[in-house]
Design a binder for this molecule. Structure first.
Ligand code: AG3
Length: 278
């Protein structure tokens, strides 16, 4: 048996699977979990690969650590989405963090992740019970949360599904404006922005919308296991923060496998024709 995610133009990313662990139709989307032959568990939402257990760090590390290490002192962090808990787990690796709020719209993703996936090491359950002093987990709509919270976050991380369906609003100019308002005087915003080669138009749209709102916008790409790589990430800056420079001392406390802080400059690599379109 196999699971294949089909991208545009008939490009597929597939895994050999040994069994289907569960399938749930939630209020928002269809969630599937498989056991693969070589990569541990595979989480799929609406037919798209969210992560494989043995490889998820190749996504969560570049999503979380570059912005956290570029911010001089990230204390308050907001995560939108990320129901599997991988992003929150990485955020809490940073000792500077006093409070991390995660807002996930779909409680079923959290339930399945707690019950079967367990890449969070029990963090989601502790956060839901209010037993994790630095983390708060809210089941709710990130778009609404962003409108109503001007809490002056240092870092905002959007770990969403693709810019179609429920996540589409997370790539709009209006959402970026609310995010800009929710950041403090110095702030960094990061979002995953899709496959460089196969979602180039979505990447360009998101980049243009972010440029209208943030003081500066950076793009970078990273090879993610399980996605049609390279995968793109967009960083919006508010105020005086330089995303090209990171704190290497703080990086030493992290246990990293993929993102290489000592080679931070290599993140910014983008195929020439895409860079010229941006
Ligand atoms: N967030 C989903 C990234 C988008 C994947 N898209 C795709 N395969 N077409 C990942 C959730 C992990 N915390």
């Amino acid at each position: 048996m196999e699971f294949i995610e089909w991208y545009p133009k008939g490009y597929g990313v597939g895994f050999k699977v040994v069994s289907k662990i569960t399938e749930v139709e939630s209020e928002y989307q269809k969630i599937e979990l498989y056991e693969t032959e070589g990569f541990g568990k595979l989480l799929v939402i609406d037919g798209t690969v969210q992560l494989v257990e043995h490889g998820e760090r190749s996504y969560h590390e570049p999503l979380v650590h570059p912005v956290m290490l570029a911010h001089p002192n990230p204390k308050k962090v907001l995560v939108i989405g990320g129901g599997d808990g991988g992003t929150l787990r990485e955020v809490l690796e940073h000792k500077t963090v006093e409070k991390a709020v995660m807002v996930e719209i779909d409680e079923k993703v959290v339930e399945i992740s707690m019950k079967y996936l367990k890449i969070d090491g029990g963090l989601l359950e502790r956060a839901l019970k209010g037993e994790e002093p630095r983390a708060e987990l809210i089941i709710g709509d990130g778009v609404e949360y962003m409108k109503s919270h001007k809490d002056h976050f240092d870092v905002i991380i959007v770990d969403s599904t693709d810019p179609v369906g429920p996540a589409k609003l997370l790539f709009s100019e209006e959402f970026y404006r609310n995010a800009y308002e929710a950041l403090g005087e110095k702030g960094l915003y990061i979002t995953q922005a899709g496959s460089v080669y196969l979602f180039t138009d979505e990447l360009l749209d998101a980049y243009k919308n972010m440029k209208k709102v943030f003081d500066r916008v950076y793009y970078f790409s990273f090879p993610v296991i399980g996605y049609a790589s390279p995968w793109s990430f967009l960083v919006g800056v508010k105020g005086d923060v330089d995303f090209t420079k990171i704190d290497l001392d703080r990086a030493k406390d992290l246990n990293l496998q993929y993102y290489d802080p000592e080679r931070h400059e290599t993140l910014f690599q983008m195929p020439k024709y895409v860079r010229e379109l941006l």
